[in-house]
Design a protein around this ligand. Sequence first.
Ligand code: ATP
Ligand code: MG
Length: 427
Amino acid sequence: MALVKINEILAGRHTDQKVSVRGWVYRKREGKELIFMVVRDSTGVIQCTIKKANPSWSEAQKLTIESSLMLEGTAKEDTRAPGGFEIGAEAVTIIGLAENFPISKDKSEEFIRDMRHLWLRSRKMNLVMKVRAETLEAAREYFKRQKYTEVSPPMFISAAVEGGSTLFGLKYFDQELYLTQSSQLYLEILIYSLENVYCIAPSFRAEKSRTIRHLTEYWHMEGEWPFADMNDLMKFEEGLMTHVCHTIAEKCQAEFKELGADIEKLKAVTAPFPKITYKEAIDRLKPKNPALNWGSDLGYEDEKVLAEDFGKPFFVYDYPTEIKAFYCKTYADHPEVAMSVDMMVPRIGEISTGGAREENKDHLIERMKAQGLKPEDYEWYLDLRRFGTVPHVGFGMGLERLLIWMLDLENIIDAIPFPRTTRRFYP
Ligand code: ATP
Ligand code: MG
């Protein structure tokens, strides 16, 4: 008897054959003459029936929700069954009998969030995690095709990358260190050796506000490369986004269908993306939000409003220098503008930030001082400008932000198996 996966049966590959599956009880209903069970494995769910006359009837009666089991029977086509197939069970073996499973339909969202370790077995989380894995693979594939080398930066760092307000400090033996907010500065080191580099690694942000798009630990896809400008940067990001969207649209049709997510918007992503300057963004938003002026940071609400005009991914570029980090390169003839670009998508707003990095040591030191940073804390970073400095660009895209947009998820916590937020760090 062939040991098979449920999706193979659902694909019609074992119809009218004897099969054996291993998995867990997903639902169960006992009638007088027949037990209906839905069994799940990593690949899907299938309806199984056991007749009273079957020697395994009493064993099947004992089965509780989430018990693990091995089941043997005949795979049959049945239009009444969800998925169009079922297994007529002939033998049932309990592997691990489950206690009373705490998650059921009537439970609150809050309760389900506390039961994350069990909720990860749900169809929704199973499907989201598969799309997440495919997204990572598609992103890696694109970087690799473009000849970028994957590198592994540290998570313990000694100086801040982004603003101090979202920095996590920690005791490191007798010293204070931080958890990295971005791997950018380390990628900048590595371009002098490897040129085009990328990493996919966690970033940590002490975000105190609770929003649908912020985690305290998220996965950051970052690229950095030399001899490049803002046009090269936007072109690369468009290419990456297009490749990921098209790959997912092709490979994850079943997942999107079951999750009820709109796959058409992924197919519609094509380069070049619309591009507007920050100034144009302010002009567009001003009638709706009169408080906005040149120099204001765009908030989540502003970005959402802006995104409605486009209905697809787009870029906002050339931000005011004063709201950008010290490493952003500015225009020589109008230094109040920084070469910085955000990619935005409908409903979520910003999903990536990138830009040209200041390659001139003296400008960099001035910018550090203007922001109250101590150049001596960044000696190694200044060395990069001392020894063979080069124009370079880079960007960072939040994997979970990309996923909530692609999958139409309501909250970023569902885009990662073990979400970390101000209040959630269990299990
Ligand atoms: P925001 O303004 O939305 O807080 P940011 O501009 O501070 O984001 P960046 O420093 O530009 O964030 O980080 C690069 C990318 O990392 C963002 O475009 C976003 O996709 C992602 N990101 C940043 N902070 C978070 C977070 N707290 N949770 C999840 N993803 C994040
Ligand atoms: Mg940003």
